[in-house]
Design a protein around this ligand. Structure first.
Ligand code: SAM
Length: 284
């Protein structure tokens, strides 16, 4: 089968099957061989690896992954793509296609069954409308992970990577950085896709930490504090947290904790580092 990273081959497959793009599924197919090579090499895929691909589309990146990995499991929601994938991937005996919604797949069970519970790699050109639930689902459901190497909207990649003091800093930055080391490995312009997305894209690698970089007694509580702080970005941390119904701490408790940490009473949540949110959570 011809390399689908070549734009003409992608157009031929789409025309041959009369495939119609569905906007609701975030379908933008990659047509740039350099970007495809870059993603697979950034993920460090080897013949030992089980790779989960989310949203294979017509199988463009799947071809690259099948060459590099021991085994690939590709989960695609659009049933119209399944017969196309069966054709474009017919040469490979190490690819399994599942016609499912990734948000409903038990990925931990899949890793257990296909990889004996050893860490898997996740590689994807993600459907942008569900980037955050996919990433958080992978981290929070205890899937054994080596790294997640994904194409996302450029602005979302920036959000995952930044620290306090920038406008992009928020709950997603802290959640990602609690679980993984984020590194943007490529910026990708709209003309590398069919059809072209309205936004710039970036490839980011999230390398899972064996152990989180901060010690938190109750991570759920810390994430509730983080969410409450950023929901009320313009308020001081003291007001933001004491107004939040889901936080069971009085204004005085928050004031005392902040004072113990040596922070100003007027500090805003957006100024706190992950270490400081962890300390605050442990104090409250
Ligand atoms: N991997 C292909 C490529 O790079 O050319 C396609 C990437 S396209 C941005 C996203 C793909 O995810 C589409 O094929 C879309 O149908 C699929 N998709 C969207 N929502 C999904 C979901 N909930 N579960 C699984 N796949 C989904």
């Amino acid at each position: 089968m011809a390399n689908l990273g070549n734009p003409q081959n992608t157009i031929d497959v789409i025309q041959k099957h009369g495939f119609r793009f569905q906007k609701k599924y975030g379908q933008n197919f990659l047509i740039d061989t350099h970007v495809l090579d870059k993603i697979v090499s950034a993920a460090g895929v080897t013949k030992d690896d089980l790779v989960l691909e989310i949203g294979p589309g017509i199988g463009t990146m799947t071809q690259y992954l099948a060459e590099a990995a021991r085994e690939v499991v590709a989960v695609e929601i659009d049933k119209n793509l399944i017969p196309i994938l069966e054709e474009t991937l017919s040469e490979y005996d190490n690819v399994t296609i599942l016609n499912e919604d990734i948000l409903k797949v038990d990925i931990a069970a899949l890793a257990e069954e296909k990889n004996g519970g050893k860490p898997i790699k996740v590689v994807a050109n993600l459907p942008y409308y569900i980037t955050t639930p996919i990433i958080m689902g992978l981290f929070e459901s205890g899937v054994p992970l080596d790294n997640i190497t994904i194409m996302v909207q450029k602005e979302v990649a920036d959000r995952m990577q930044v620290g306090p003091g920038t406008k992009d800093y928020g709950a997603l930055s802290l959640a990602v950085q609690y679980y993984a080391k984020p590194e943007i490995v490529a910026n990708v312009p709209p003309n590398c896709f069919i059809p072209r997305p309205n936004v710039g894209s970036a490839v980011i690698r999230l390398t899972r930490y064996p152990k989180p970089p901060v010690e938190v007694e109750d991570p759920k509580k810390m994430f509730a504090l983080i969410r409450a702080s950023f929901n009320q970005r313009r308020k001081t941390l003291v007001n933001g947290l004491s107004n939040a119904p889901e936080i069971k701490a009085s204004k005085e408790d928050v004031q005392n904790a902040i004072a113990k940490m040596g922070l100003s009473e007027t500090i805003r949540g957006e100024a706190l580092t992950l270490e400081q949110f962890a300390a605050l959570s442990n104090l409250l």
